[in-house]
Design a protein around this ligand. Structure first.
Ligand SMILES: Cc1ncc(COP(=O)(O)O)c(C=O)c1O
Length: 446
């Protein structure tokens, strides 16, 4: 044993306690993927996924990925400098066209796109201006850049606060400034005020990097994200996306002017020193683009589902802090309550939602995050809303008797549909699990 083990002790003690109390929500082993997943003998409604259009299960993507693997095999044997295929270049050209930019660089993950781009462009003569709630991959990119450029200045502004952004820009030590914002913040479910950010950036001569991981392929009339929604696509200098959400696969990309992309491909360390995106993912991403361009109804379905779910939450009286998209946080503002609510949903109602507690979110703003997708049915969402109402009442978060305004008949259908689909997905094991649960219901102190 070395000091390495000492470091783990207190931390793992907390994990063991959470497991004993059955509130540890991570690493559940799925036997399939989709809006309903099998875990052990149970069948659960899944509201934790970022597969917003359900494309990871689309036969068109699966078929194209299989064909790609048949042609190129399961790996490419090196990083992009030595292992770029025709299909990587096809995908980059296609993404550039789709986003209205000159060029694109495809990375192996979205995380690597952000880290590599920040490392490649930032220097000792730059000020980086960040929203205080930006994603870990942006923070890590900043840390890598700071490691190589100690005089790089980093300034944070208050979340989505344009006055605070302007103050940060005014106080910047360097003339070269880069603002980084996310289009749609995935833990709070709110959008950046992008038109205002663009106006302030232009006034102060700053470049803009938009990480639209959760907006590309979901928001805007044609799914081209938050910059399409605000009509400012041309104003974004570096547009970042990922395939790990609405594209239903894995990979990341940056779209920008050709010179910026050419520079990036020879300077971003995470692009040059990590394996090329496997061809299965390249083909799946190309097929996802086909689907998104052909079927704009997907975005409408996602938006309609989000409206239905939010409206239900409002009727029940759960607090979403005014969320307006498919990402609907349910604020409970207490760590124990949040973990408990998540566990009750899982064990008592077969529903999975991710609890967010400190340090992931500030203390006092703990929440369950609920991601609605285009492939959740009304019955899935209706059943879940009723479950939220029941558990919310049990935990005294909402007054007794609160439910959605749906008729009794509809509620009965939602429940029957849930049970039937559970049996279909979980089989006999699920029936045994249900009988056992009926005979031994979960206890409140669990
Ligand atoms: C806002 C944001 N940016 C970047 C990433 C990283 O993307 P990827 O999963 O492709 O590494 C994520 C993923 O969680 C994200 O939510």
């Amino acid at each position: 044993m070395t000091w390495l083990h000492d470091k783990t002790t207190t931390f793992l003690q907390r994990v063991s306690e959470a497991k004993e109390k059955k509130v540890f929500p991570y690493f559940r082993q799925f036997e399939n993927i989709g809006p309903r997943v099998k875990v052990g003998s149970g069948s659960y409604l899944n509201f934790q996924s970022n597969d917003y259009l359900g494309l990871s299960q689309d036969p068109r993507l699966i078929q194209r990925a299989i064909e790609g693997v048949r042609r190129y095999g399961t790996g490419l044997g090196s990083a992009r400098l030595q292992a770029t295929t025709v299909r990587h270049e096809d995908l980059e050209a296609r993404l550039a066209r789709w986003t209205g930019k000159e060029a694109c660089a495809v990375f192996t993950t979205g995380y690597q796109s952000l880290v590599g781009t920040l490392q490649a462009f930032l220097g000792d003569d730059t000020t980086l201006v960040l929203d205080r709630l930006c994603h870990a991959s942006i923070i890590d990119g900043m840390l890598v850049a700071q490691g190589q450029c100690p005089d790089l200045e980093v300034r944070f502004f208050k979340h989505n606060d344009v006055a605070s952004l302007e103050k940060a820009l005014e106080g910047a030590a360097h003339a070269k400034k880069l603002i980084v914002v996310e289009g749609l913040y995935s833990v709070d479910g709110d959008m950046t005020p992008l038109s205002d950010v663009v106006a302030v950036a232009r006034k102060h001569g700053a470049a803009i990097m938009l990480d639209d991981a959760h907006g590309l392929g979901t928001l805007g009339p044609t799914g081209r994200g938050v910059s399409e929604l605000h009509g400012v696509s041309r104003e974004i200098d570096l547009l970042v996306g990922t395939f790990s959400k609405s594209f239903g696969t894995v990979g990341g990309f940056i779209c920008a002017d050709r010179a910026l992309i050419d520079y990036l491909k020879l300077n971003a360390r995470s692009f040059m020193f990590s394996a090329s995106l496997p061809i299965a993912c390249v083909e799946a991403a190309l097929a996802a683009l086909d689907v998104m361009e052909e079927d704009l109804g997907l975005f409408r379905r996602l938006a309609d589902n989000a409206v239905f779910f939010r409206e239900g939450l409002r009727e029940i009286g759960l607090d979403t802090h005014g969320a307006s998209t498919h990402i609907t946080p349910i604020f409970l503002n207490d760590e124990v309550l949040t973990m408990k609510f998540g566990a009750y949903l899982f064990y008592g109602a077969d529903v999975m939602m991710m609890p967010f507690i400190a340090p992931g979110v500030p203390k006092g703003t703990e929440r369950l995050r609920c991601n609605v997708t285009a492939v959740h049915s009304r019955a899935d969402m209706g059943y879940t809303l009723e479950a939220l109402a029941k558990i919310g009442t049990m935990l005294r978060i909402i007054p007794h008797g609160r439910t959605t305004h749906a008729s009794m008949l509809k509620k009965a259908w939602w429940l029957a549909n849930h049970r039937l689909r559970g049996v279909r997905r979980g089989g006999l094991a699920y029936v045994r699990h249900e009988v056992d649960r009926y005979l031994n219901p979960p206890r409140e102190d669990g």
